[in-house]
Write a protein that binds this ligand. Structure first.
Ligand code: FRU
Length: 327
């Protein structure tokens, strides 16, 4: 019976330790809970490509019904996505891309739009005098780092007064950029903007600026815009970041799409989600909206738990009834 057969979505996640990934997984779990016959299995790639390859191989061997993967890096994961397809398992790539178009569907935030948003924002606040920018990049070989950079630099290069004077390669984590930023700023103090490819590295940049007493001279712009105690929206509200770009995790949407794929429906191959720039002008509104969504999610979780309890009681009662009738 098709409707009662348990189906497994295997998710080879990049890593499970940062808040952005955690929030993505949480959204997925909430969505999956609506489908009692679907099981979500999340494997932790520990932000390491070798681990993630092992995880993909495991999901292929296990013959899960569909694979979701968010590649640590594009190139090395590509042959394993192809391997899954050859084994007859559809693959939904999320957030970070693979090389080429050999996958079933892709879903993620528009990373080129992220770079465009930040470049336009800086030119809108910079005035006409020459201004210097440092770019702090995400992990080399991961597609958002590439897309967020190319689109940004294309616009900045067309301006007369804005210049990217230095770029630093990070690995998406706060610690990865501190030393090189510090040694650069010791030589060159006259910097106006820092564009960091995510809010964790942006926070690392702020630590360094504070240490060097430069925090009042440099505006930092990050990406992710999570609505959490240390997330981007709060950092904007606290004047630590000048702005952030909300980059949706797509957790709910990914599960919805995966289920359509499992049902054999025809889905769009490439699905991009909008990004939004958040600064002091809209941070409160955004926080309010996200708080509301969060409350709504808590209600849903409570309702799901109640339904589960009722189902359990019903199953117990009907088994008791069957036993009584059999006597
Ligand atoms: C989370 C993260 C985010 C970033 C995204 C890019 O692991 O580093 O901060 O926006 O991945 O793929």
């Amino acid at each position: 019976n098709k409707s009662t057969k348990k189906l497994t979505i295997g998710f080879a996640q990049t890593g499970i330790n940062d808040q952005w990934r955690k929030s993505m997984i949480k959204d997925m779990e909430i969505e999956v809970a609506f489908y009692p016959n679907i099981n979500l299995k999340v494997l932790d790639g520990k932000d390491n490509i070798e681990n993630q390859i092992k995880n993909l191989e495991e999901l292929i061997l296990e013959k899960v019904d569909i694979i979701i993967v968010s590649p640590v890096k594009s190139k090395p994961i590509t042959p394993y996505v192809e391997k899954a397809l050859k084994a007859g398992i559809p693959v939904l790539v999320v957030d970070r891309k693979i090389d080429g178009q050999n996958y079933t569907a892709y879903l993620g935030g528009d990373n080129e739009q992220v770079g465009v948003n930040v470049a336009n924002y800086i030119s809108s606040i910079a005035g006409n005098d020459p201004k210097k920018i440092i770019e702090i990049k995400g992990l080399k070989g991961s597609s958002p780092a590439y897309d967020r950079s190319i689109s940004f630099n294309k616009i900045i290069n067309k301006t007369n007064n804005l210049n990217v004077v230095h770029s630093i390669e990070g690995n998406w984590e706060e610690y990865s950029i501190k030393d090189s930023l510090k040694s650069f700023l010791k030589k060159e103090k006259d910097i106006n903007y820092i564009y960091a490819h995510n809010d964790r590295m942006a926070l690392g940049a702020w630590d360094v600026l504070k240490e060097l007493n430069l925090d009042n001279h440099v505006d930092i712009i990050g990406v992710d815009g999570l609505n959490e105690p240390n997330g981007g929206i709060q950092l904007v509200k606290d004047n630590i970041l000048k702005a952030t770009v909300f980059y949706p995790t797509g957790g709910h949407e990914a599960i919805k799409l995966a289920i359509e794929m499992l049902n054999g429906e025809k889905v769009n191959k490439n699905n991009t989600l909008e990004t939004i720039l958040i600064d002091s002008r809209n941070a409160d509104i955004m926080k309010h909206q996200f708080d509301k969504i969060y409350e709504h999610q808590l209600d849903i979780i409570k309702q799901q738990e109640k339904i589960k309890q009722q189902e359990d009681t019903y199953t117990k009662q009907s088994t008791t009834l069957k036993i009584v009738l059999a006597l």
